[in-house]
Design a protein around this ligand. Structure first.
Ligand code: DGP
Length: 253
């Protein structure tokens, strides 16, 4: 019965958020073939070398999921082998515990849930690596930076939060969709889950800013959707081309 309630809750969540869910975290976005709009794709080599690990980060309701779906459709329409992933991956047993926690159906100690989020990424690490090495680009909605920023916003030590992420695959590109917490809160579907509170999101934003490194590109997420989409296309296209020949690396932190 409890499982049924949780599954129903998850289905409601996915409907509310407009996100599509699929078991195992793969192929999560619908395939929409979109017209080529301005990004030059000469010397496209996404099919022959390794794929790129492209991560989108940002506050809740910053537009990540919509932009991931749009970017994936664009890459597919250009013949790039690409998949959409998201973390937390609620399709695993660890992911179901996380989902129940986020829906306030269960209570967990802050460090315990932090380690579960991390475990949820670790259980997908090998599959991510084999996909990337076989030439598939992964567009990932949230990753270790969410892990650190959200837990640190609860008051946990930043270095302690980073530790379990060390050894996961390092992204080739992190795109941070920058939206003011107040603006994000005005968007549909806000407030249904545990962390969707403006004061908390402000602290998350501060911690995100402390994590910026050379792989980060900040995009103004309050611009029109099409403008943001265009910027993401250009960033991802350059990244896919530039990471050819570069070995995969691990998060070092
Ligand atoms: P999403 O499915 O992207 O809406 O994410 C669900 C919520 O979980 C959202 O408020 C952000 C939060 N979150 C995502 N990843 C992590 C993580 O690794 N650790 C913590 N503490 N929170 C996370």
């Amino acid at each position: 019965m409890t499982t049924l309630v949780r599954l129903a809750g998850r289905a409601a969540y996915w409907r509310r958020s407009g996100k599509s869910a699929a078991p195992g975290g793969l192929g999560l976005f619908t395939q929409r073939q979109r017209a080529f709009q301005g990004v030059r794709m000469e010397n496209w080599s996404g099919k022959s070398g390794r794929g790129a690990l492209v991560v989108l980060e940002g506050l809740d309701r910053s537009g990540k999921s919509s932009q991931c779906a749009r970017l994936l459709s664009f890459l597919e329409s250009k013949g790039c082998q690409a998949e959409g992933w998201r973390f937390p991956d609620r399709g695993t047993s660890v992911g179901q515990m996380i989902s129940a926690y986020l829906a306030n159906e269960s209570q967990l100690d802050d460090r315990t849930i932090h380690l579960l989020f991390s475990a949820n990424r670790w259980e997908k690490r090998d599959l991510m690596e084999s996909k990337l090495l076989s030439g598939t680009t992964l567009i990932v909605d949230r990753y270790s930076y969410s892990g650190v920023a959200f837990s640190a916003a609860k008051g946990l030590d930043l270095e302690w939060c980073k530790a379990p992420e060390v050894g996961l695959l390092a992204p080739d590109l992190v795109i941070y969709l920058d939206v003011q917490p107040e603006k994000a809160a005005e968007r549909g579907g806000y407030g249904g889950e545990r962390y969707e509170k403006i004061e908390f999101q402000k602290r998350v934003a501060e911690h995100y800013h402390s994590l910026h490194d050379s792989t980060w590109k900040v995009v103004d997420g309050s611009l029109p959707m099409e403008t943001v989409e265009e910027q993401l296309r250009e960033l991802a296209t350059s990244c896919i081309q530039e990471c050819q020949g570069k070995p995969l690396a691990n998060l070092a932190w």
